[in-house]
Design a protein around this ligand. Structure first.
Ligand SMILES: [Fe+2]
Ligand SMILES: [Fe+2]
Length: 495
């Protein structure tokens, strides 16, 4: 989605009231702020905007303590959309502000081979205006609510929410690999089941993180639309990482633009990766997301991503204390422990003292011990590599006995019950609680009786990236690493 960093008009909420009183004129809701009375009236008389506006999402902006990106898509004729927002505590919307959206036309999804929800072949019909705004000047550690307005009509849909960073502790729910596919709505049902179970366990979740494959075919706009209709999308900021399924079409390759247009991520990635590879800061953590579809092109592409990331780490120094990285392809293979992309990132993680490395794709949950120089070290000194489980309950890969890297992998999990297509029924997600000096992770999954279970609850102490690590052993001479392996252990061109 289009990101707008330019300063938008944000008059105080009372400016229009004052002007209206002074001039005794009819109030114009097209202006920049909407007093509560007018907003309430607009809400009462409005017709639902859902026909014109879809795929609304709150994505991170660079500084999540004072900024948030909102994105949505609108019919081509809806050229005057805006976001109305206020603090959640402002129940009457008395302090509501309005920010005009800017848009660009998108036809990237139009005409792409896909399927209808009743499983018929069809070509996506998706020409729309891709809207985005960056809200600025937000109050840290604050719950906000927002709605999208079309012209002067505010949506009658319930308000949507996000929370700004700024608290000394925060939590996020990490999901992966739901492969939303409209002919099989049970996939999103299962995600929602485990999502709700996790929120019951940890009601203070501040945002949602995803390590990709959220849709079965990224080229199928109707799948993205379905994803953003799920309840979590309206309740939380959503930070997503592109997966192979998000990139691909039903047939004939894929396109980064599918992911870029579906979200309104910061456009701070390297050339060709704007809105796809990106970084943001939440609390004292620098989050960096990488595009494995780009990096699988070979060592040069991987080096380009790492050079960008190293530059961000250097330039943002002082604004963060810890680093979390994320990509879609898995660090290890949970079927046997074989290294996959761990080999390609371990030196980077060592050099930059990455605290947590997150990935998905394998569909098997994994957590390593703290690793540095390819060996287990004390908590805080190394990097913990984790892979989120799948959440759709039918494309799971079965965790097997670890015949490799057993000393590094502390825990793996998958369901062991097979689905109709021969894969296991894993439905899980991960809760991550980030304290000032520690991180707690919990695997939440639905068991065979559809009961929520918590497993692998683990707390690890952490150190700032620039802390002294004198307890680390001397680094051993470099060993030759294997050539990058695509390791598409799951999620092939099937849905
Ligand atoms: Fe997947
Ligand atoms: Fe994948």
């Amino acid at each position: 989605m289009l990101t707008l960093n330019s300063q938008l008009n944000l008059d105080g909420p009372f400016s229009l009231l004052r002007a209206a009183r002074l001039k005794h004129r009819a109030f114009s809701p097209f202006r920049n702020a909407i007093p509560s009375v007018m907003l309430a009236l607009a809400c009462m008389v409005a017709t639902p905007a859902s026909a014109e506006v879809r795929s609304v999402t709150a994505n991170p902006a660079e500084d999540c303590s004072t900024q948030m990106n909102i994105g949505w898509h609108a019919d081509l004729g809806e050229t005057s959309c805006s976001v109305v927002y206020t603090q959640k505590s402002d129940a009457a919307w008395a302090q509501a502000m309005r920010v005009a959206g800017k848009s660009k036309r998108s036809e990237v999804f139009d005409g792409i081979d896909s399927k209808t929800s009743d499983s018929k072949d069809w070509k996506e019909e998706a020409k729309f205006l891709d809207y985005g705004v960056t809200l600025t000047g937000l109050k840290p550690d604050t719950d906000y609510m927002y709605k999208v307005a079309v012209d002067d009509t505010v949506s009658t849909d319930p308000a949507r929410h996000f929370k700004t960073a700024g608290a000394s502790e925060f939590s996020f729910l990490w999901l992966s690999d739901v492969h939303v596919y409209t002919p099989l709505p049970r996939r999103t049902d299962r995600l929602n089941t485990v999502f709700d179970a996790a929120i019951k366990i940890e009601p203070s979740v501040d945002f949602v993180y995803s390590t990709g494959d959220v849709v079965a075919w990224g080229g199928s706009y109707s799948f993205w639309k379905k994803l953003f209709e799920q309840p979590f999308s309206s309740k939380y900021m959503f930070a997503d990482v592109i997966g192979n399924h998000d990139w691909m079409k039903r047939r004939d390759g894929g396109n980064n633009e599918f992911f870029a247009v579906a979200h309104n991520n910061p456009t701070n990635g390297y050339a060709g990766q704007e809105g796809v590879s990106y970084w943001f800061i939440y609390g004292d953590v620098l989050f960096m997301a990488f595009n494995t579809e780009a990096m699988r092109d070979g060592p040069e592409a991987e080096a380009e991503a790492k050079a960008w990331a190293a530059g961000v780490i250097e330039k943002q120094k002082g604004k963060y204390k810890r680093i979390f990285i994320a990509q879609h392809y898995n660090w290890f293979d949970g079927r046997n422990g074989k290294s996959a992309w761990y080999d390609h990132w371990k030196d980077f993680c060592d050099e930059h003292h990455v605290t947590l490395a997150m990935s998905g794709h394998n569909h098997v949950y994994q957590r390593t011990h703290s690793l540095w120089d390819d060996q287990v070290v004390s908590d805080g000194l190394g990097t913990v590599y984790m892979v989120a489980p799948s959440s759709d309950g039918e494309r799971g890969v079965e965790a097997g006995p670890l015949t490799m890297n057993a000393e590094k992998l502390a825990f793996t999990y998958s369901s062991h019950v097979y689905s109709t297509d021969g894969q296991v029924r894993t439905v899980g997600c991960v809760l991550v609680d980030v304290g000032p000096k520690s991180i707690k992770t919990r695997l939440v999954y639905m068991d065979e009786q559809n009961q929520a279970q918590i497993a692998d609850e683990h707390t690890i102490t952490t150190l700032p990236t620039d802390a002294s690590r004198s307890a680390l052993p001397s680094k051993r001479p470099a060993t030759k690493t294997e050539k990058p392996a695509p390791e598409v252990t799951s999620g092939t061109m099937m849905q």
